[in-house]
Design a protein around this ligand. Structure first.
Ligand SMILES: *Cc1c(COP(=O)(O)O)cnc(C)c1O
Length: 495
């Protein structure tokens, strides 16, 4: 705490930043010319390459410095709402390093029984947690899970002769952008559902939107305002009554773990963001995993392959053809599978970490995690000066920055040594600060976060507009950075 206080005083005292840290690329440090030989045609290859030539201490320092220029869950609190940026326990890395990393995906089922057993175990864990009957581990992210789930719904409607006529997917206006994108990518017309005054699904509006054209309704529960959709049973009735299916966006499952299950609420399909709920590394473009769970009647459409106990039995036993094995577990292709959505069995090592996390916590540990996630969000909100218009929220809350610009608030919070919340979304809250502290933070850290919020709440626009002052990079042009991607340092060369 002392250290942070000192930082804050500095940040408060000086609007001139001192962050002049610059770490050169490895290739800017030292290189040597290496001759290369290649069987490829001459016009496609070079004879020599300039490669970095560095010794271990230089390398160790390079990567340590880079890690210090960044901010992550190992550096401090990271209350990025909807993203569930929780600490990733290091024991899961040890488990992932135990030997599975060396298993070639083309080995015979018989020779990788331990790996298949772990996959089967994880399918079961996830099915139990979500109240689903069958799970595919293949999709590599939440958004990929959404797309997969939509393909499953499409296959189901096609089987019922309604593939052409059910051409709409309903998505609430508070939903994550990936919901709209996944639906559009799968070829559907997206019907945006305005939220009711209380921030929840407006039943009358839903009733008006649902029809024989509805393929799917995609819902996050608790929604992105942290509010539990308490009319979920009526919502399920409306959608099922219209012949549509109900999709659960699992990004906020952290709030329900061990307490309530989407399957029991009437959801037919869901994805799990294991890099959110089950604490596997997150960000930097992955790898993540977004397993998909479905009810029994949809299991035959899941991506191939899945794993099951050999010799049938149970809800996993009756589908499709096994690939031939004499082990206890076997891979098989579900009967009417939508095909593959990722190579082999998905991002396997991420799934090993997920398994380890769930196994270590157990039922009680998972229920405890969700209780603390909700308690922490409510405690933090009670300590923050900004207004929180929608209540009662669960694992996250959306405060309004009021007259301040939420993006400036976020930049300024960086100066106080904490990561800011998600900003400007959902749009129903003006200048939204969507905040999710997660269950891992102590009261002392929550107080530190609250103090950062409150200091910024008391500052003027000019101070905010100049922030951040104490980060490695000062204010960057975010829009250009996103629109004019430069993925190679060489592209900057010669400018
Ligand atoms: C993160 C998130 C997603 C997308 O998940 P990814 O794993 O990032 O692809 C979807 N919906 C909500 C509500 C999310 O927060």
């Amino acid at each position: 705490m002392r250290y942070d206080q000192a930082r804050w005083t500095q940040a408060g005292d000086s609007s001139e930043g001192t962050a002049d840290q610059y770490e050169p690329l490895l290739s800017e440090k030292n290189t040597e010319t290496v001759a290369v030989e290649s069987p490829l045609p001459d016009d496609l290859t070079r004879d020599e390459l300039e490669l970095p030539a560095l010794e271990e201490p230089q390398l160790a320092r390079h990567y340590t410095r880079l890690s210090q220029m960044n901010y992550g869950v190992d550096s401090g609190p990271y209350p990025l709402g909807s993203c569930t940026m929780k600490y990733n326990p290091k024991f899961t890395e040890d488990v992932a390093a135990l030997g599975d990393a060396a298993v070639h995906p083309d080995r015979s089922d018989r020779s990788v029984q331990g790996t298949l057993g772990l996959m089967a175990g994880l399918q079961d864990y996830l099915a139990r947690i979500g109240g689903m009957d069958a799970v595919s581990l293949q999709p590599p992210a939440g958004a990929a899970g959404e797309f997969t789930g939509i393909l499953v719904a499409k296959a189901f409607h096609e089987q019922h002769g309604e593939g052409e006529t059910r051409d709409e997917i309903i998505v609430p206006d508070s939903a994550h952008g990936t919901n709209f994108a996944s639906a559009a990518l799968a070829g559907y017309d997206v019907v945006e559902l305005p939220s009711g005054e209380d921030g929840r699904v407006d039943l009358e509006a839903l009733e008006a939107a649902a029809s024989e054209r509805t393929a799917l309704f995609m819902l996050t529960n608790p929604n992105t305002l942290g509010l539990f959709e308490r009319d979920i049973e009526e919502i399920a009735e409306i959608i099922h009554g219209a012949g549509g299916l109900l999709y659960y966006d699992g990004a906020n499952l952290n709030a329900l773990l061990g307490r309530a299950r989407p399957g029991d609420m009437g959801f037919d399909i869901m994805h799990y963001n294991v890099h959110k709920t089950f604490a596997t590394p997150h960000g930097g473009g992955g790898p993540g995993a977004g397993p998909v769970g479905v009810t029994d009647e949809l299991a035959e459409f899941l991506p191939a392959p899945r794993v099951r106990e050999a010799g049938g039995g149970g809800s996993r036993g009756h589908e499709g053809e096994a690939r031939g094995t004499d082990g206890v577990y076997e891979l098989f292709d579900p009967e009417s599978t939508v095909g593959k959505v990722h190579g082999f069995e998905g991002n396997w090592l991420v799934l090993v970490k997920t398994y380890a996390y769930i196994a270590r916590l157990g039922d009680d540990g998972l229920a405890d995690a969700s209780a603390k996630a909700v308690l922490n969000a409510n405690y933090l909100a009670s300590q923050v000066d900004y207004d929180v218009p929608f209540e009662p929220f669960h694992h996250e809350f959306v405060a309004s920055a009021g007259d301040q610009d939420a993006a400036d608030v976020a930049k300024r919070m960086l100066d106080y040594g904490v990561h800011p919340p998600t900003t400007k979304w959902p749009e129903i809250v003006p200048e939204a600060l969507m905040t999710e502290p997660t269950e891992i933070e102590s009261k002392a850290t929550l107080d530190q976060l609250a103090e950062a919020f409150d200091r910024v709440a008391g500052e003027d626009d000019e101070t905010l507009a100049e922030a951040p002052n104490r980060t490695t990079s000062r204010r960057i042009d975010q829009a250009s950075a996103a629109r004019n991607l430069r993925l190679s340092w060489q592209a900057l060369d010669g400018e």
